[in-house]
Write a protein that binds this ligand. Structure first.
Ligand SMILES: [Zn+2]
Length: 394
């Protein structure tokens, strides 16, 4: 109860700073003595600071105002993608103090994977010489299926690993609390705290890269389901007779619109479609086919490249429309390199949502692109710790 009240006060300061003790009491319905004692503890922990207000009520004393002391503590964020591990150290407002990337060049064993993360964290700690006591927690955004309760990576399709004990291993090594979450859900949490989802109680974050996933934010919280596997939009079926998906089924969204699906489609169609810029570029052998290259051709007006991207956008839009019909979020946030260069994918996606969403005239579902860029997932890892600190529910 006490720590709950402390989080309530901390969160009230975060949302309304600068704010006085009296205002906190009024807004939280806690008694002034309770607020006073909680504030003293927070000052003791160096989590908040006092400052003299510049405004005073007519003739009255200038109240002492409180602010979060964002730069006094740190958070470690780890994002383990299929091919790279990124570790950042930030202050409490998400400002990056140190940033380290490590490519995964060969498939690691479970122990090698854990040791790589441990080494990366040690590297950052040594480089910055920050005292471990000042680190509030380690947030971990992991691709694949994750059990946040046990802090376990249940299954990583890209690394071919199962049941990686992330939380236990890192807590044993560093003696700092660890929270593990699926990467796309972490991204959605980052969007709610720092990004396009700020102030929205309901939104869906659609992430498209090597795979396709979604983070569902409902009633101001991330939706996980009992099984912790909610949001697998990449494996919703568009056509049971469609192309084979990694999961074993046919016609999943991921088999149409993930970056790898797009590239394999281009490769296949280049055999019969030779009057495209891509055919010449690939034939030159100067570059290996990439998503960047498809966008470059589309920007130069290449009809083949444009239609490939348009098809991907339509598939994404159809799957998104189905999801929107069920959940009716007020916003859809798009994340991934497919949305960073022009509207080749975004426009057909929005068109499909407009066409296939069942809604009344007053409903407007905003479709926006994430602005967090490549930092979204790892910032999401950091936000896992922030949300716990400032938690006001439960
Ligand atoms: Zn699938």
């Amino acid at each position: 109860m006490k720590s709950h009240n402390q989080s309530t006060v901390l969160n009230m300061i975060r949302l309304s700073e600068p704010i006085s003790r009296a205002e906190i009491a009024k807004l939280t319905n806690l008694t002034p003595p309770t607020v006073s004692s909680l504030v003293s503890e927070l000052i003791e922990k160096n989590l908040i600071t006092e400052e003299q207000s510049t405004n005073s009520k007519a003739g009255g004393r200038k109240p002492i105002m409180l602010r979060i002391n964002y730069s006094a503590h740190y958070i470690l964020g780890v994002y383990a993608a299929a091919e790279v591990v990124r570790v950042i150290l930030t202050t409490m407002d998400g400002k990056i103090v140190s940033d380290y990337n490590n490519d995964i060049t060969e498939l690691p064993s479970k122990t090698e994977f854990i040791n790589m993360i441990i080494d990366n964290i040690h590297y950052i700690l040594n480089k910055t010489s920050i005292e471990k006591d000042l680190i509030l927690g380690i947030g971990f955004a992991m691709h694949g299926l994750v059990d946040p309760d046990q802090g376990l990576a249940i299954f990583s399709p890209h690394l071919h690993l199962e049941n990686i004990p992330i939380k236990v291993s890192l807590e044993n090594e560093f003696n700092i609390p660890v929270i593990v979450e699926n990467d796309v859900r972490a991204l959605a949490i980052a969007e709610s705290w720092f990004g396009q989802g700020q102030g929205d109680s309901d939104f869906i974050c659609l992430s498209v890269g090597r795979g396709i996933g979604s983070g569902i934010f409902i009633n101001n919280d991330i939706y996980k389901s009992t099984f912790n596997t909610a949001g697998e939009i990449g494996h919703t079926i568009l056509d049971i007779n469609g192309p084979k998906c990694q999961c074993g089924n046919n016609g999943c969204l991921e088999a149409y619109a993930s970056e790898s699906a797009i590239l394999s489609k281009v490769k296949k169609e280049l055999i019969t479609n030779q009057d495209t810029l891509l055919h010449n570029w690939v034939r030159d052998g100067s570059d290996e086919l990439s998503i960047k290259m498809v966008f470059k051709a589309a920007k130069q007006g290449d009809p083949f490249a444009k239609s490939i991207l348009e098809d991907a956008g339509k598939s994404l839009g159809l799957a998104a429309a189905n999801m929107i019909n069920i959940l009716k979020p007020s916003k859809l946030i798009l994340e991934g390199s497919l949305f960073e260069e022009g509207d080749f994918v975004k426009s057909p996606l929005i068109e499909m949502i407009g066409k296939y969403t069942f809604k009344s005239s007053h409903e407007e579902i905003l479709v926006v692109c994430s602005k967090l860029g490549k930092t979204g997932m790892v910032l999401g890892a950091v936000t896992l710790i922030l949300r716990k600190m400032f938690k006001t529910t439960d």
